[in-house]
Design a protein around this ligand. Sequence first.
Ligand SMILES: C[S@@+](CC[C@H](N)C(=O)[O-])C[C@H]1O[C@@H](n2cnc3c(N)ncnc32)[C@H](O)[C@@H]1O
Length: 238
Amino acid sequence: MSDGGGKFTALSAELHDYIVAHGSREDGALARVRESTAALGDLAVMQVSPDQGALLTMLARLVGATRAIELGTFTGYSAICIARGLTAGGTLLACELDPERAESARANFTDAGVADRIEVRVGPAQETLNALLAAEGSDPSGFDTTPFDLAFIDADKSGYPGYYESCLELVRAGGLIVIDNVLRGGAVLDPATTAPDRSDGDEGTRAIVELNERIATDERVDVAMLGVADGITLARKR
Ligand SMILES: C[S@@+](CC[C@H](N)C(=O)[O-])C[C@H]1O[C@@H](n2cnc3c(N)ncnc32)[C@H](O)[C@@H]1O
């Protein structure tokens, strides 16, 4: 493993505030999503940060995304950011397990003026991915079978390896898979999760460690791992 040379700026809370203030433009609709989500208490930590939101909009624009998929929508902040970066007429398929969260996300999409661009699919994300994979090349169930330009993975961490493999099949060559929480708050360095047998540590972190290792040498993609928020991997399908 090569050494990174220590060439990075460690973030303090103040420096992160500076990044948010100068590198993102959270408007009224996104601020309302953040405020209403804060009322959920500790759960609100699941929401992407404003700088991540700005990055998602930018990435969607850069890949010229017409069709995007998100796994793990929660109350909709990241979905709004992705939807805003889509080309005219573009659509986002937002997958969320929890019907209550999906309902709040829908209300937030309406408030943000992006409801016409987002279809919410309620249920386990892997089931939706499996249905999309089964429909590929045919169109038996009314599923749009156009390949995706962008996938954002932010659902249950133990599902990540499966989500990555499915997204890799569903995304076009040159399309982008964006994976959140790849540092797990630093737990990816915890010996309990990095030991060869990986018998300890939490299942989600083990899954992320396994996926990080797989992607690092995966010849099917170009990769960049960013130290943004809790770590984001960009995997561009070759
Ligand atoms: C980290 S949050 C997503 C945050 C969201 N991207 C945002 O910016 O607000 C993870 C979400 O994934 C959902 N989730 C958990 N397991 C899931 C599954 N198997 N399929 C789909 N969604 C799932 C949870 O209900 C939760 O809302």
